[in-house]
Design a protein around this ligand. Sequence first.
Ligand SMILES: CC(=O)SCCNC(=O)CCNC(=O)[C@H](O)C(C)(C)COP(=O)(O)OP(=O)(O)OC[C@H]1O[C@@H](n2cnc3c(N)ncnc32)[C@H](O)[C@@H]1OP(=O)(O)O
Ligand SMILES: O=C(O)CCC(=O)C(=O)O
Length: 381
Amino acid sequence: MTPPPAIVIDDTTLRDGEQSAGVTFTDAERMAIARGLDDLGVPELEIGIPSMGPEERESIALLAQSGLKARLLVWSRMRADDLADCSGLGVHMVDLSIPVSDQQIQRKLGRDRDWVLESIRRHVAQALELGLEVGVGGEDASRADPDFLCRVIEIAQAAGARRFRFADTVGIMEPFGVLARIRQLRAVSDLEIEMHAHDDLGLATANTLAAALGGATHVNTTVNGIGERAGNAALEEVVMGLRRLHGIETGVELRRFPALSHLVETASGRPIHWQKSLVGEGVFTHEAGIHVDGLLKDPANYQGVDPAELGREHRLVLGKHSGAHGVMAAYARMGVTLDKAQAALLLTRLRRSVAQSKRPPTEHELTIWYAELTCLNGAVA
Ligand SMILES: CC(=O)SCCNC(=O)CCNC(=O)[C@H](O)C(C)(C)COP(=O)(O)OP(=O)(O)OC[C@H]1O[C@@H](n2cnc3c(N)ncnc32)[C@H](O)[C@@H]1OP(=O)(O)O
Ligand SMILES: O=C(O)CCC(=O)C(=O)O
């Protein structure tokens, strides 16, 4: 039997991912994304917000009936009517969210800390009565008073919740702080702890990895990192980061990830940057002479991540920064063997060309240059 993963990925592409301004998935896209995630072995999916209305509930129920292996969660405000909307959809668990920072308790809800604690007691009980497992979502936990957060988690556990979500709602944490905060919560509670990071400072993945080291049992991700504002921690980065940096397996298989990444890119209308880690078109593409030479001798010379782990491979291109070895390799792929002197001459030709065209040469151009070179040499001889 496969051992349970040390860290459980709870992917929220279909909840926080879809919250990215302007993004909306059709039911068919939601189903395809959920299946894609399920096929990769993502064990938990947060699939929507029932209180949004009948269409959202129908879409959630469709996913719940579709035979996915993943455990399914929905997000809900701590309100009796919202919670009632979560009932009968066929999902396993609700993330019952409540602001926990004084900023949001006072300035968004117009309430106080006691009200929050009482609300947790009441609504966790209601959710359990509805037959749902409960995670308490601590919205804006990163700006909450740490002692109050310990009280929140204590009350949540006593009320019967199985999980507490630590949300860095506005994305203002850094890994050392996350490590300390999660360790503190871990020390006072044996509830499952889930990290929910946002990328406003470009630290969502780093913060998520830090949470895992601090004792979080679950982490939130989204495909390609889509989500509110700068987005969430990217699924691909978290899975790869946990594996490569900390030897932590999540049970998520990334070899077929590019297809899912492309699906989400298309369905969300959010193009992936050429240099986006792991999935960007250019991140395994090499031009610089010293790098290409090193890669040709042994890929490990310039390989932090093996592209095969993502079902990808290195691509060598010619450009302004190429060297003779790269030129020789490009011609070799065309069945032409160059000596070093020929490569040097063609390199000069290449640099002149790309300075004008700003793109790699085509095979046709390489063929012409070679013909010109050999013709010239023939004429000289
Ligand atoms: C940090 C996060 O990502 S939280 C998830 C946020 N996601 C979304 O907002 C996307 C989906 N949202 C929606 O469809 C709608 O906002 C709904 C259905 C949830 C609510 O819609 P509406 O009732 O029309 O309210 P609206 O969104 O304008 O305002 C939010 C209300 O919820 C209250 N509220 C916000 N969070 C919570 C909470 N966790 N628990 C209880 N009440 C809350 C606000 O104080 C405000 O209440 P008020 O009307 O008494 O001032
Ligand atoms: O309270 C929660 O469940 C977290 C909600 C969320 O998406 C956030 O805070 O960024």
